[in-house]
Design a protein around this ligand. Structure first.
Ligand SMILES: *Cc1c(COP(=O)(O)O)cnc(C)c1O
Length: 225
């Protein structure tokens, strides 16, 4: 299957899942996760009209997106991987949406860069719904307070929450938890659902599904990405 065919199929599946959940398909944004794929692999998706893309590394994104942005208008770039505070400047300059705010140090660094660059960047807080030791994100019990602190202490308007459910567990309880926490925090966006489980995420209220392998094919080194 070509990337164009994959896109058509995924867009259809998103719309179907949304309608089955009595939701407006337009309320679900497909974030095409292009990590590990180079500009040549991304171009067919751009040619097929896809404009929203996700990357998990600032450095990798910097190597391909400035060039692609010269080729196509209105590209929206989402950072879906962990952010170090020493990369905040570059991240704010390049990304339109950052899904992985998860500590005060990052929130402060982003607030300073957003102010000094005068760029508006949309921000989501990552929640470690599985409470996994190695995984980024605030703990579920701290999520609502952290969103409030981003506003009060850092002046950041948080638009939503994001999660990556633990591998090998049914994802639905994690989607339900994220939806609940987002409602409690009073934020609109729920970034959840990947290639294997985006339909379930949409049933639980996902506004952003992050889809990589179903669109671009399998990635080389899954441990690293
Ligand atoms: C890689 C990645 C995805 C996409 O995963 P697929 O299973 O290939 O769709 C989604 N979200 C995050 C945070 C990722 O790192």
């Amino acid at each position: 299957m070509s990337i164009e065919e994959n896109l058509t199929e995924i867009r259809g599946a998103i719309a179907r899942a949304a309608r089955e959940a009595n939701r407006d398909p337009a309320a679900v944004t497909l974030v095409a996760v292009s990590k590990t794929f180079d500009a040549a692999a991304i171009r067919p998706a751009l040619a097929a009209g896809q404009r929203v893309f996700g990357e998990n590394r600032v450095q990798e994104a910097a190597g391909k997106w400035p060039g692609l942005r010269l080729e196509r208008p209105n590209i929206e770039l989402h950072l879906i991987g962990p952010l170090q505070s020493n990369k905040a400047r570059e991240a704010v300059a390049m990304f339109d949406v950052i899904h992985t705010v998860d500590r005060d140090r990052i929130a402060a660094a982003l607030a300073a860069e957003i102010a000094s660059q005068g760029r508006s960047v949309r921000l989501l807080v990552q929640v470690n719904t599985g409470e996994e030791r190695q995984k980024a994100g605030v703990l579920p019990t701290e999520a609502v307070a952290f969103v409030a602190r981003c506003r009060a202490a850092h002046g950041l308007a948080i638009e939503g929450l994001m999660c990556i459910p633990p591998v090998g567990e049914p994802p639905a309880p994690h989607f339900a938890l994220l939806d609940e926490l987002a409602a409690e925090a009073g934020v609109v966006c729920r970034s959840m659902g990947m290639s294997a489980d985006f339909e379930g995420a949409i049933r639980h209220g996902a506004t952003h599904v992050r889809i990589g392998s179903a669109l671009f094919g399998h990635r080389g080194s899954p441990e690293e990405h």
